[in-house]
Write a protein that binds this ligand. Structure first.
Ligand code: SAJ
Length: 434
């Protein structure tokens, strides 16, 4: 059976299924399509399927022309019908792994996908999980379900984990040219999944188990959250010492080895960095181990929105304006620049805190014409002299590239800049930096 699957893969005859056509699954589907396979994209969202059938992409890094070409070729099939699984040779799961409100991992999307695979599974299939999750998920959540019918992993089917490394909006690194880690539940699974991914991705890096592969991804993103937390704490210290932290970081960057710059900010957003490390610290607690760096970094980062609001209040106080009833314009609400994504964005918390303290809040973000935060509904203001001039304070939370910051500096009476985007504007008393 393994030989048969190997041959199908080498001849590009293997039928590849991708469950979950989001920012990971859709680029992966197109990457396998472009390498010559017939790809079956399955998603529970009917609207996504309809749009793809019309040749419309809804993912930043996938062009509609790519979708049109793939659909026209007949080698990309998209559907909400999971029974397609029974005709497939490989099924790759790219579903969300969020947190519950209790900050516990929510692997229900993985569990739902695995149940569907179990129902339609055929012997000899390769199943790969790409969703970021805690070490042990593939073995503890997926394996028992897939073996429940008496099938044996490594003999009747193959199971592996391969972390996604998609960085939305990254013009340099994409699915094809970003090295891919693969770890199987058996050496057969590692071997066959490596062979499959090698047909579509330039560099494939096998590791000894699914657990190692799961841990690799969490180390990558824990590395980020901890370093962001560190630099936010250094910023708080520099603020006390009256030192420009941005100048310190730029000077530290001259060290050609052993240093990697991270920057203070208004908080940590996105669906990766604030979430993934919590999966690791949760698993650690199951073993009586406290992942203190993660907890501390998460705590420091979560304090940043409140710190920004205090900076705004202090800046207004300097010009004898109370925060209450002051007009505050928030510039940029996405979780990071040039990405149309609000998930966990610190801007949302900053807006809520400002409103709670009685400020009159408006926002400008070219990517979001409207904003809904719980019971708060806001409409994006015009980017012009009037909206800047009538604000008592403009706070730059997300530094989108296509905004004229010189114009902002000229027309705003008071600016709190959380991203140092105004670094080249010297000696302007009305600019307060983190
Ligand atoms: N942030 C800072 N200071 C920094 C870097 C980031 O405050 O020095 C903030 C950002 O504003 C944002 C949050 O942290 O709110 C996360 O930023 P991020 O640059 O880590 O971007 P993400 O969330 O898109 O992370 C993704 C991740 N990719 C995957 O998980 C596959 C991450 O592993 C990548 O390293 C990261 O993109 C990247 O390098 O762009």
């Amino acid at each position: 059976m393994l030989k048969e699957l190997e041959n199908k893969i080498l001849k590009k005859k293997a039928k590849i299924g991708i469950i979950g056509l989001g920012y990971v699954g859709l680029p992966l589907a197109i990457t396998f399509f472009k390498s010559g396979f017939k790809v079956y994209g399955i998603d529970i969202d009917e609207d996504r399927v309809v749009r793809l059938k019309k040749g419309k992409s809804y993912i930043l890094d996938v062009s509609s022309s790519d979708i049109k070409e793939a659909m026209a070729s007949g080698r990309l099939v998209v559907s909400t019908d999971f029974s397609l699984i029974k005709a497939l040779d490989a099924v790759i799961i790219c579903v969300p792994t969020p947190l519950y409100k209790t900050k516990e991992p929510d692997v229900s999307y993985i569990a739902a996908a695995v149940e569907k695979i179990k129902r339609y599974m055929k012997r000899g299939q390769l199943v790969v999980l790409e969703s970021t999750t805690y070490p042990g998920t593939t073995e503890e959540v997926m394996l028992p379900v897939l073996e429940s019918g008496g099938k044996k992993e490594g003999k009747d089917f193959y199971l592996a984990f391969s972390p996604e490394r998609v960085d939305p909006g990254n013009a340099r690194y994409n699915t094809k040219n970003t090295p891919k880690i693969i770890g199987g539940l058996s050496k057969e699974s590692t071997g066959i999944s490596k062979l499959l991914y090698e047909q579509a991705i330039d560099t494939v890096v096998p590791v000894s188990s699914a657990k190692v592969a799961e841990m690799v991804k969490l180390l990558e993103n824990t590395f980020r959250i901890v370093n962001i937390g560190l630099v936010n704490e250094v910023m708080l210290l520099c603020d006390k010492l009256g030192i420009n932290v941005w100048e310190v970081i730029d000077a530290a960057r001259t060290k050609p080895y052993g240093f990697m710059p991270f920057y203070p900010g208004p908080g940590v957003g996105g669906h990766c960095i604030p979430v993934d490390p919590i999966y690791l610290s949760w698993k650690a607690r199951q073993y009586g181990f406290e992942a203190r760096f993660i907890e501390l970094a998460s705590y420091i980062n979560s304090e940043m929105p409140g710190y920004v609001v205090r900076k705004i209040s202090e800046a207004l106080n300097e010009i004898e304006k109370p925060l209450r009833r002051s007009r505050v314009l928030v510039m940029g609400v996405a979780y990071k620049k040039d990405v149309k994504d609000l998930r966990e964005s610190p801007a949302l918390e900053i807006i809520e805190l400002l409103i709670k303290k009685g400020a009159i809040v408006s926002y400008y973000d070219p990517l979001f014409p409207y904003l809904k935060i719980h019971n708060i509904n806001l409409k994006c203001v015009e980017f012009n002299k009037a909206s800047l001039g009538e604000s008592d304070c403009v706070v730059i939370v997300t530094d989108h590239s296509d905004v004229d910051y010189q114009f902002v500096a000229r027309n705003a009476s008071l600016i709190v800049d959380t991203r140092n985007i105004l670094k080249d504007i010297k000696n302007k008393a009305n600019i307060v930096r983190l």
